[in-house]
Design a protein around this ligand. Structure first.
Ligand code: GLA
Length: 794
């Protein structure tokens, strides 16, 4: 009898629509101040004891002008979300040790109050590390003043500082947890620790701090990737998965279901789009895939946070950089999210709203009105403070030091010394310039070293005695991902010149430096002596002087606008004292978002620091942003049209086949083999199609451990899809499992990629991750691997 009843209950459940299944549990009711509860129940979250599906919109308050906070929260509400998920960026709140700031743009408590007023729950992610394409993943640069610090580990100084920061955050918002009648339902412990290391004790120590600060009853969770969450998973925390649009959702949760069959399921970061780096294509992700993923999750009662629902802007110097290699992020954090950088609903927004409406038992609120956009006619910057005529008093140092050692966090730094006589041309090597160095001899520009491109050396002409060498280094964002977050700025070690004399190499370490700190601070820009721009004409390179440009402009109405920086070189912009962020002529971003709430009727002031120099010192306000215009000459692919890899004379180390399906696979060579250049020749695909795709690749050493991919470079890839999406071959070692190299559809197998490891290694095998999408397009079947000490023939 009871079996029959069970069968009937099951049958009737199947007849219910997903909406009905979760209907009465979805809507936020946060306006009450009565203590509530949020916890993990059997297969579902429980809000005040009832099943609840989290539909969270990720927003970062420091990335949105404060005056627009409520507008953006309402946009998320109207989209059909019931929760706001947010990071707390430590470095934005503690710019100097013990100098905490929770006011204005940093008023975390006020932002959370606004969420509550708008009946939205909150998920708090206070780090200490957050990643987020934010400078140093949210860690304050001044931690690096302790040169040997171990970040995100139980280094006593690091932990002491984390403790202080966590206490400061809790002092602001601990009384706003649901147990205290507030909107905060969950708090996150650290962030994707699996992409950094394995250290349960450290993660446990962060958990303990949060429990102490927020109370024993607070619901804590940790997020990671399906491939590594077990490495640091603590028994008493909820585990959630992060993955992107297009991923195979069942597969993403398969391991979790296996180890914890009763766990509620949540994708704590479902990536709606992706971030852009300087010199790369603008990233987009198809709306259909995002919506299909959300629809599938909701139909299965899976909670999610849509990262980002609204990305906003990396104001000032806050954009971070990705690694391996060095890939600095652009200022816009538009992310191809449903709500654009400037708060406008996109086509993705409207389509998603329709889907979310299906899962809501109430009519969604109307979409808030869009903020007015204005056009500002072109105007000139009338004054300039030329950089080299305005240097501050220098430090004198025998040996080179980093920016941090001079107590400088951001901006540029100039190193000057006098060269010995160099009768022949010599090689200048800077170990290492972080991040963009320009070299001058007696004031004349010689060349640049761009860390993105791995440039470290350039040839100097012969010089007589007493010539001045100057190295102007601009710091971009500190790396926010992987072990490389310990990212010192300026020159990190030394500067050498290498002379070739009588067939011998003489290396000389340069000393006796004068160092000028050009900190990204108001005092620096104000200290300049300004001259009328008309007093200068462009040099041979067509550029006006490097330096700080300023002017005022008048408006009779205010509104959002996009400052066109297309005639400028590289630097930073301020309007009425608000830092708008970095610009760089290479793109893809060409305009900077200028929110109307930072403008005033009447006179406004603009300051632009350009370390290369503008071609024309003018700008204008556009009604639409330009964030997808690359202007660089170097190709982003890895094959010149005339060369084709020739493997005819080579012998493969292994011929093999991968298995079908998602997930990591490992191949061992018959015996360890030494080499610097590794070629993977792909012979055919699992589905018989002509595309090949790889999400990630590792090589293992003689002990089976992964070798560092930091120095890796793609030497050759026969085909790369960079028109429809950003699928260049370096995506195979960008540490991101959701991005991938793909060949262009229509180009037949075999396909091949050659990686230069930077130095010879003894290799035992290879680890391969196919792209994540459910139908695994481009998954490779048969392959051959070649390893050589010297480069291949092309
Ligand atoms: C990870 C991090 C986020 C962000 C995204 C990529 O999931 O947790 O902070 O960096 O990647 O945008």
């Amino acid at each position: 009898m009871s079996r029959l009843i069970n069968a009937l209950v099951c049958a009737s459940l199947w007849l219910l629509s997903p909406t009905m299944l979760f209907a009465n549990s979805n809507e936020a009711e946060t306006s009450t101040t009565v203590a509530g509860s949020f916890e993990a129940g059997k297969g579902t979250f429980l809000l005040n004891g009832k099943p609840f599906v989290v539909k969270a919109a990720e927003l970062h308050y420091p990335r949105i002008p404060r005056d627009y906070w409520e507008h953006r929260i309402k946009m998320c509400k109207a989209l059909g979300m019931n929760t706001i998920c947010l990071y707390v960026f430590w470095n934005a709140h503690e710019s100097e040790p013990d100098k905490f700031d929770f006011t204005g743009q940093n008023d975390l408590a006020e932002f959370i109050r606004l969420c509550k007023e708008n009946d939205m729950y909150v998920i708090l992610r206070p780090g200490p590390y957050v990643c987020a394409e934010w400078e140093m993943g949210g860690l304050p640069w001044w931690l690096l003043k302790k040169k040997d610090i171990r970040l995100r580990e139980q280094d006593p100084y690091f932990m002491e500082r984390v403790d202080k920061f966590q206490k400061a955050v809790a002092a602001q918002v601990a009384d706003m947890t649901i147990a205290n009648g507030g909107p905060i339902i969950m708090v996150q412990v650290e962030n994707e620790y699996g992409s950094y290391g394995t250290d349960k004790e450290y993660v446990g120590a962060i958990r303990d701090m949060l429990r102490k600060n927020f109370g024993e009853e607070v619901t804590l969770f940790q997020c990671d990737w399906a491939s590594n969450f077990l490495n640091n998973g603590l028994d008493d925390l909820i585990w959630t998965m992060n993955f992107g649009t297009g991923a195979n959702i069942d597969k993403q949760f398969a391991k979790l279901k296996e180890v914890r069959p009763d766990s509620p399921l949540m994708c704590s970061e479902f990536w709606s789009g992706w971030f852009d780096k300087w010199g790369g294509n603008h990233e987009t992700r198809a709306a259909e895939n995002m919506i299909a993923g959300i629809d599938e999750m909701l139909s299965k009662g899976i909670s999610f946070s849509l990262y980002m629902t609204h990305g906003g802007t990396n104001w000032g110097h806050w954009a971070g950089a990705n690694s391996p290699g060095f890939a600095p992020d652009v200022t816009s954090y538009d992310y191809d999210a449903p709500i654009s950088e400037s708060g406008r609903p996109t086509a993705k927004y409207h389509a998603l709203r329709e889907t979310l409406a299906k899962y809501s038992d109430r009519k969604l609120p109307p979409v808030p009105k869009t903020i007015l956009t204005i056009k500002i006619p072109e105007f000139g910057l009338t004054e300039v403070g030329p950089l080299f005529a305005n240097l501050p008093a220098p430090h004198k140092d025998e040996k080179i030091k980093t920016m941090e050692e001079y107590n400088q966090g951001f901006g540029s730094i100039l190193y000057r010394t006098v060269l010995p006589e160099l009768p022949t041309s010599t090689l200048l090597t800077v170990n290492d310039a972080h991040d963009f160095a320009q070299i001058f001899l007696d004031g004349k520009y010689i060349g640049k070293l761009d860390r993105r491109l791995g440039e470290k050396s350039l040839q100097l002409p012969s010089v007589g005695k007493g010539v001045t060498l100057e190295i102007l280094v601009e710091a971009m964002g500190r790396i926010n991902f992987g072990r490389a977050i310990k990212d010192f700025k300026g020159i990190t070690d030394n500067v050498t010149i290498t002379e070739n004399r009588d067939g011998h190499k003489f290396v000389c370490d340069l000393g006796d430096w004068e160092v000028f700190n050009l900190d990204d601070k108001e005092e620096f820009y104000n200290s300049m002596e300004y001259f009328p721009v008309e007093a200068f004409t462009p040099g041979d390179d067509g550029r006006m002087p490097r330096g700080v440009y300023r002017t005022t402009f008048n408006l009779n109405k205010t509104g959002d606008t996009f400052l066109n920086m297309e005639t400028w070189g590289k630097g930073l912009v301020y309007v009425n004292g608000h830092p708008l962020g970095r610009f760089w002529e290479i793109g893809p971003q060409q305009t900077l978002y200028l929110p109307g709430c930072w403008l005033r009727k009447g006179e406004n002031e603009i300051v632009i620091f350009d370390i290369i120099g503008p071609k024309k010192a003018v700008t204008e306000g556009l009604e639409k942003p330009i964030i997808d215009k690359l202007q660089q000459t170097a190709p982003i692919t890895h094959r010149d049209a005339t060369s084709t890899l020739d493997l005819s004379a080579e012998t493969a180390v292994i011929n093999g086949s991968f298995a079908p399906g998602n997930g990591w696979q490992e191949i061992d060579f018959d015996s360890p083999v030494k080499g610097r250049y590794v070629c993977l020749e792909l012979l055919n695909s699992q589905d018989g199609g002509d595309e090949a795709a790889i999400a990630e690749l590792y090589l293992t050493d003689a002990d089976g451990k992964r070798i560092s991919r930091e120095p890796w470079k793609v030497r050759y890839a026969d085909s790369e899809e960079v028109k429809k999406g950003n699928h260049a071959a370096d995506k195979t070692f960008d540490l991101q499992e959701s991005t991938y190299w793909s060949t262009v559809s229509g180009i037949a197998y075999p396909h091949s990629i050659v990686i230069d490891l930077g130095a010879p290694h003894t290799l035992r095998g290879l680890q391969y991750l196919p792209r994540m999408e459910s139908h695994t397009p481009g998954a490779i079947k048969d392959f051959r691997i070649f390893v050589k000490e010297t480069d291949f023939r092309y």
